[in-house]
Design a protein around this ligand. Sequence first.
Ligand code: ZN
Length: 466
Amino acid sequence: MEISEPELLRATSPRRVLRGFGRVLRLDLALGQKHWEKWSRPTRQIGQFWSHSWQADPWAKVLLLFLVCNGMPAIVVGTLAALAASFLCGFGILPGYLHTPWNHPELVVEQGPWSLASGCVSSLLVLLLLRSGRSVFLDRICIHQSDEHLKGLAIMNMGGLLKNSESLLVMWDSTYAERLWCVFELAAYLKSHEDSSCKLMVRPVLLGPLTLITFFVVTLRSCILVAGFPVVSKDVLAGLSAVAALLAVCALQVQKLRGYNRSMEALQHQLSSFSFAQTKSYCCSANHKDDNGAPFRCDREILLECITLWFGSVESFEQCVQSKVSASLLSGLGSHALPYSWILAASSPFLWAAADSAASLFRCGEWRIGLPYLLNGLAWWLAATPALFVVCGLVSHRLRARADRQCVDLLKSIVGAVFIIILALLAAAAQQACFTLVDDELHAALAFSGGMTLLAGITWRKCKPS
Ligand SMILES: [Zn+2]
C-alpha cells in the first residue's frame, strides 16, 4: 500500500469543493468541466479522505459538507452574536416592541427579536461563507478525469492514498454499500490503518437536510414565542398559520427519518450478505465506453488486482466487509439519526429566543422573572428537544414502511408529526404546571429543567430503534 509516484498524492480544500454550492459534486461529468484536477495540488499527507457514492443526492451531500466543515464555527459565532445582542437589548441600547411575557399577563415589557435574528443571520452567513483551509481528497478533483493513464495509476495507488489519509469521512446513503468503489475505499482505509490510529467519521447524507429542517422548525417555533402568540390566543389566524407551518415542516422531518430507517434496514441486509460480484460500478453500467464511444478499462479488473494483493483473495475481502467494515459503518452511524451535538446545534434558536425574553425582563429590572426564563430556554435546548428527537426517531422507525399510495404515505408522516407536536405541547404544559404549582419561579424553572434532564437522559439511553 505504498504510492508509486509522489505526484499522485494530491489534495484540495473544502473551499474548492464547496465553490458555487458544490458545483463539482452536482455537475454531470459529461456536461461539466473535466479538468477539475487543476484545483488540487501535490501533498505529503491528506487531512481527510471524502468517500461518497455518486448515486447519492448531490444537494444533500453539499449541505452535509457545509455542516461538517462550517457547522460548529457557525453555531459558536451565532451564539456569541445572540449573546451580544441580548446584552445590548438588556441595557436598553437596542429598541423593542411592547410585549406581555408568558405567565405574567400583568406585565408589559419592551422586547426585541435581536438575539434570535442576529444568531440566525450570523450563523447562516458563517455556514455559507467560511472557507476552511484543511486538506481533503475528493476523487473528481484529486484524480485526473481526462487522462486515462493517470486515472488508472491513481486507482492502482488508491491503497497508498488511503494510507496517507489522516481520517476518512464516509458520506453514507442507501447506495453506498452496493457501490464497489465505496466499499473498497472503506475496507482499504481500515486495512491500511490496522497498525495506526484510525479516524473514521460516518455521516448519513440525509443529516444535511435533516439538520437544516430541524433548525428551521426550531427557528419557526422560536419566532412564534418571540412574536408573542404561543399557540392560539390573541390572534387566532396568526396562531393557526404558525401551527400549520410547524406541522408541515415537522411532517417533512418525519418523512425524511422514515426514509433513513428504511435505508438502515437495507444496509444491515446488504452488508451481512455482501459479495464482490453483486456490487455495482460506473464503468460497467457505462459499458466501458466514454461519451465519444472510446473504450476504457474496467475498474473491477484493477480493483480485483488490488484486493488480491492486499486482502489475499476476494473471499477474504468479502469476509472483511461482512465483519469489520460492517461493524465500523454501523457503529459510526450510531443508534440515533442525529448525534446529540448536532441536535444542540440545530436547536440553538431556542437558546437565542430565551435570551431575547430574558433580556426584555432584565431591561426593566425583573431579574427574578428573567432568570427562570433563561433556565427554561436551556432546558428546552439541552433536554426537551433531544428527547423529542429521540421519540421522533422511534415514531419514524415504527412508521418506516412505505405505503403503496403516495397520499397514504404522506398521511403516515403527518400522523407522526401530529404525535410529536402533541408531545411538545405536553412538555409545554409540564412547564406551565411547574410554574402554577411552585410559588417561587426560580424553583419552578429548576424543577422543570431537572425533570426534562432526567427524561432526556432516560430516552437517549434507553429508547433506541431496534
Ligand atoms: Zn466495469
